[in-house]
Design a protein around this ligand. Structure first.
Ligand SMILES: NC(=O)c1ccc[n+]([C@@H]2O[C@H](COP(=O)([O-])OP(=O)(O)OC[C@H]3O[C@@H](n4cnc5c(N)ncnc54)[C@H](OP(=O)(O)O)[C@@H]3O)[C@@H](O)[C@H]2O)c1
Length: 276
């Protein structure tokens, strides 16, 4: 599998496994199966409530820690300097590790509707990430669901430029202005819900392209992200789909078809927006 590179030189496997909702019912087995299916990059968050299961699955897999890329995130009700440090330490403990590969602010403070001064809250949260990064406890720090206006406020006091921003990204919701903006800053954009939580899989254009390229609709969505230089984080509970979702490096979507996908009518949007 190919890698994306952060501006500080750290490499991330080009497909990450999304773990949202891989919780108790599906349990550890889903994460273990994903590791067995070849994933080495796991995306979690304090909010997902599955960090302990992930830690146990990693232990059971016997895969050395340095062969894994682990991302977690601080939740929007835990922002600010002190809470962020506590949240990070808690994530480490639950995951059973002494460092993270990537730590993100899950949503800008504006999305929490509980902070008097969202910009100052984002700035102090970022300062905590910078200090953790400088102390060597994280290999990369970044954002999630930040739009350019949130980022510009953060950068008024930031010392270190974020390395990643994780945004909703799939055919039918590509956030072109934000993706262009962050990529122009040299920030890697990761795509959450890269197959639109399965809501875009029966779209006529996606079905037509799946037939044309001899791939399944999910693979069209993931290849589309990779060709747009967006790192996709698909989630699946089926071993077959976990494997298929990594097999997207043996075909190329044409330029015309990329534009068809980039300009299709909006569909499959989660309805989540940081300012709503
Ligand atoms: N930063 C954020 O705010 C944020 C928000 C949401 C999500 N995320 C991250 O992004 C990850 C992925 O997003 P998501 O879970 O919302 O959605 P997603 O990966 O776009 O879609 C997952 C759904 O698609 C199905 N699926 C997966 N591969 C398929 C394929 N090849 N063909 C047909 N169906 C397929 C899965 O069903 P099966 O399980 O049955 O295969 C599941 O129902 C999350 O797990 C999380 O890590 C981040």
């Amino acid at each position: 599998m190919e890698n994306f590179k952060l501006w500080n030189g750290v490499e991330i496997p080009a497909i990450g496994f999304g773990t949202y909702k891989s919780t108790v019912e599906e349990g550890k087995t889903v994460i273990l199966r994903a590791l067995e299916a070849g994933y080495r990059h796991l995306d979690t968050a304090a909010f997902y409530g599955n960090e302990e299961l992930i830690g146990e699955s990693i232990k059971d897999s016997k895969i050395p820690r340095d062969q894994l890329f682990l991302t977690s995130k601080v939740w929007k009700t835990w922002l600010g300097y002190d809470n962020t440090i506590k949240s990070f330490e808690e994530s480490l403990k639950k995951l059973g590790t002494d460092y993270l590969d990537l730590f993100l602010i899950h949503w800008p403070a504006a999305a929490g509707h509980m902070y008097e001064d969202p910009k100052a809250t984002d700035q102090s949260t970022w300062k905590a990430l910078e200090d953790l990064y400088e102390s060597g406890k994280i290999r990369g720090i970044g954002l999630s669901n930040f739009l350019p206006h949130h980022y510009l406020g953060l950068m008024e006091t930031a010392k270190i430029k974020p390395m990643v921003n994780q945004l909703e990204f799939h055919p039918g919701y590509t956030q072109q202005a934000a993706v262009d903006f962050f990529q122009a800053q040299g920030i890697v954009v990761e795509g959450w819900s890269p197959i639109g939580r399965a809501r875009v899989l029966d779209d006529p254009l996606i079905l037509k392209l799946a037939e044309k390229y001899g791939k399944n609709p999910g693979q069209i969505c993931l290849r589309f992200a990779v060709q747009r230089n967006v790192l996709p984080l698909p989630k699946s509970s089926s071993v077959e789909r976990m494997k298929m979702n990594q097999e997207v490096f043996d075909f190329q979507i044409s330029e015309e078809d990329m534009y068809r996908l980039l300009t299709m009518p909006q569909t499959g949007w989660s309805g989540e927006h940081p300012d709503l």
